[in-house]
Design a protein around this ligand. Sequence first.
Ligand code: DON
Length: 314
Amino acid sequence: MTNDNEWNELQNTLHRYVEGSKKETARGRVASYIPELAKAPHDALGISLMNGDGQTLMAGDCELRFTMQSISKVFTFILALMDRGEDAVFAKVGKEPTGDDFNSMLKLELVEPGIPFNPFINAGAIAITSMIAGRDADEKAERILQFLRRVSGNSGLAVKDEVYRSEYETAHRNRSLAYFLKDNGVLEDDVDRILDVYFRHCAVEVTCSDVAKMALVLAYGGVDPISGERLIPRRFVQITKTFMITCGMYNASGAFAIEVGLPAKSGVSGGILTLVPGRYGIGVVGPALNRKGNSVAGVHVLQQLSEHFDWSLF
Ligand code: DON
């Protein structure tokens, strides 16, 4: 199929795929450990797909606004690489999947030298946040926000205060993880300041189309194909996409690689960022999650699309 034919077929069928996967939302549950997230609509499913010419296809509940949560970790990781370089970053986080839940602290004590296994589990993402350049929490958070605005092309992106505060007040597990990391010498700054920045970047509010645009830049190796501007060094995109395959869907990354076969990153608000290299950026939202914390209907619709259009990299 030529790219043009595929785009036409996507245009004609995307709504049907979303309708077909929507009923899967009944098998999932909306995250409630951050109380504000529990307000999201249980039965929503939306998708936005953007090509290198900037054309966008949308289907389902794609006007739904949601917070990036763990999807933000893709970009804090890239920004830390740009700020500090590979050697400094990989002195503090590893390169391997854990097989454990995203908020687990098990291996921090069990496996020497007590650094997080990868930058996408909570422990790793907190360590990465501590490496973002900036004089104080405000400057670090502002630099992250500016970077997200630049990659998404949306200068209106902002932190959703209710979600930020809700997480701030209930993040007992993340606080314990961060103190453990501090004791292991992984964190460079004060625990409260680092967590404040971390909660803020998790609470940046987006739509599927913002996520699709961010994914498009990764699909084109760090260049915004619409403006032609390089936003991220190619090597850092390559590293990030590899983590997205091995750890992006937490301890369901292996199954996702088999069933969908694309680099992806999920978040507990039900978002998924994924991409077809050299072709599309894709943003999905479906707040009902499966037991591993991934959007149940979102994974389902990506499975169907990948199978039909033969998108798997493997
Ligand atoms: O730290 C947390 O628990 C959330 N702010 C982000 C977690 C998340 O999105 C994990 N995703 N599946």
